[in-house]
Design a binder for this molecule. Structure first.
Ligand code: BV8
Length: 246
């Protein structure tokens, strides 16, 4: 299968663009072998849905199980490599006067691909926080019964991600909203557009006059408002897009 065609209107928009923003979701990490949020969970986690595990209530109910789910995911991500989609986005950074990357992902693969100043709406799976105090921890006290404990108060340690029912960082969200609405072109890559408030960013961008592009093999609630849809996988589509740049 040849590389995806980039429509001429999109090529023109990118040529004229001073600022470009990208909003990515777990679909961009799929080609790295990291399951998306709505893929069936595999192995021992098959019977759980992420929405049931990624909540403060689940952690309070069963800290060991939730902690071990994150340890399993951390290992998966450490064994994964950034793919051509991550690399194309990292390369785009140097091609526009203004470029911002906003991600819903917590896997850190954009940073490993070379992207800088990544706005992580939902935190990062490799950070550790005290569940009681909310502060970030650099060292943990191992305990016989996982999760490890906070060295200050002895509380259980949790991953530094935003769980369902938890508020995003106001600062990060404001900066992400501005990045999307200030952009001449917004590339929305690999997201089902179901998780709010992140899923509302493309509509805000569109309302402010941004040219919105969706890159996703499947249609989503964002497809209807996109000016261009590249119904393709992120890797090949973003590689073609990068090659079409002046
Ligand atoms: C909030 C970190 C205010 C954790 C994540 C009831 C009570 C409380 C809140 C709510 C409620 N009802 C609704 C809400 C709001 C809730 C929400 O939106 N729920 C959804 C399920 C309806 N949101 C929240 O709770 C947010 N906080 O609202 O705060 C508040 C506070 C208190 C009380 C009320 C409100 C917090 C949301 C953040 C949750 N944390 N991650 C962790 O990772 O463990 S979200 C999680 O989903 C991931 O970060 C993931 O990125 C994100 C979104 O999913 P997607 O990235 O879109 O991934 P998905 O699998 O869905 O789709 C993949 C897509 O890729 C597909 O479209 C597929 O076609 C495509 N694809 C596949 N392969 C490829 C590809 N695309 C390109 N190339 C490929 N190769």
């Amino acid at each position: 299968m040849g590389m995806p065609e980039i429509p001429s209107n999109l090529q023109e928009r990118l040529r004229a663009a001073k600022s470009v923003a990208v909003l990515s979701g777990s679909g961009i990490s799929a080609e790295s072998g990291v399951p998306t949020f709505r893929d069936a969970q595999t192995g021992m986690w098959a019977r759980y849905s992420p929405e049931d595990l990624a909540t403060p209530q689940a952690f309070q109910r069963n800290p060991r199980m939730v902690w071990e789910w994150y340890q399993w995911r951390r290992q998966l991500v450490l064994e994964a490599q950034p793919n051509s989609g991550h690399l194309a986005i990292a390369a785009m950074e140097g091609r526009f006067a203004g470029f911002r990357l906003v991600t819903q992902n917590v896997d850190g693969l954009h940073q490993r691909a070379g992207s800088s100043r990544v706005l992580e709406l939902h935190g990062n799976i490799f950070r550790n926080l005290c569940f009681r105090e909310g502060i970030e921890l650099d060292e943990l006290v191992e305990s016989i019964e996982p999760p490890p404990r906070c060295p200050h108060c002895g509380g259980p340690v949790r991953p530094g991600v935003v769980w369902f029912g938890e508020s995003l960082s106001g600062k990060v969200f404001e900066e992400s909203l501005r990045a999307c609405t200030d952009a001449d072109v917004l590339l929305v890559v690999g997201t089902s557009g179901l998780v709010h408030p992140a899923a509302g960013l493309p509509a805000h961008a569109k309302a402010s006059g941004t040219f919105v592009v969706e890159v996703n093999p499947e249609s989503t609630p964002i497809s209807g408002l996109a000016d261009v849809v590249l119904r393709d996988k992120a890797g090949p589509a973003l590689t073609s897009l990068l090659e079409a740049l002046p």
